[in-house]
Design a protein around this ligand. Sequence first.
Ligand SMILES: [Zn+2]
Ligand SMILES: [Zn+2]
Length: 137
Amino acid sequence: MRRTLGSYMPSRRQISVSSRLLAMGESDDIYQVVLHEVAHAVVHDRYGEKPSAHGREFRAVCIELGVKPRRYVDVTTEKWQSQVRYLSKCGHCKVIIVRKRRMRSVRCMCGLKLYPGSWRPVAPADESDPQGDWVAL
Ligand SMILES: [Zn+2]
Ligand SMILES: [Zn+2]
């Protein structure tokens, strides 16, 4: 499965990187995706709209930047789904509730039974610290 993990928007001169990649990707994959998009930005800055997306100019800039001149960066995302959690907040005590699934109802520590209208997908900010912060996906 191929996902869009990064993009470059010439009209806004803006690079976007997937929040899932940043939260759950290997640092080398993040590096490759960011540099791939930087290469697009450099090509656009130097040559404007003319060159084809992954053409000769793109390959030359990739070599300059020390990134593999590929059409896309192949990142293994299979493991990611198992890391996704869903976050809601108790309207009474404001405590954060995190579950593996979007449940219809959940019991808060304060004793209140909640029916969350929305669960936000999140991932652990630091995989090795299960009590740590969550980042929104
Ligand atoms: Zn590209
Ligand atoms: Zn509560």
